[in-house]
Design a protein around this ligand. Sequence first.
Ligand code: PGA
Length: 251
Amino acid sequence: MRKNIVAGNWKMNTNLQEGVALAKGVNEALKNITANCDVIIGVPFTHLAPVNDAIDSSKLGLAAENCADHKSGAYTGEVSAPMVASTGAKYVILGHSERRQYYGETSEILKTKVNLALENNLAPIFCIGEVLEERENGSYLNVVKTQIVDALFELSADDFSKIILAYEPVWAIGTGKTATAEQAEEMHAFIRGVLAEKYGQEVADNTSILYGGSCKPSNAAELFAKPNVDGGLIGGASLDVESFMGIVTAF
Ligand code: PGA
């Protein structure tokens, strides 16, 4: 059966020393509880190797927030999937709406990134989600389906089973405006149906679908109680040990 997962997405926050301290704080806090979910932190590239050294990887997973769409070569400033994997990270967040919006990441580019991640044994945490206008004009289910189909549906069932999905309505990210548990459940159930049509019910049932967008300790339990919400991708609230742990313990 699918895993429950709470994953932090630090975005472009914390310098190296602050980041290592935050990772250690989460690692320590996890020693004192029995988490009913897998816990992952997504950190800036510069932090990956030192954070990996500072945490117990059997209790806390490590993710990059992106990787390049090329394996190696003359791409000044880029960080490849093999480089990420060599730090000890096991996951990579791909297709975040901020990457799509500010860095022009298309489904075509994301398809390449997903393939490179999988070739390097990194599990993609693949983000999808509609903007406010698409929510309001009623096209949101189709928008999300298209994002999934275009970037992921050329994968074999075996490869697809390594993907973690994160539904993040763009209008809820960093805005304090969370989707209601019912809105999240509607989308997650719809996504699972789309997966079942393509890969069969077993693969669909085994895929973790996280919710992201202003998830915090005060609303996590209600969201996670929904049958198709398998955890969260947490931005702002992952930058503080207490609030992140408040979400981890919502399971
Ligand atoms: P937020 O971000 O929790 O700060 O809304 C979520 C995300 O962008 O992954």
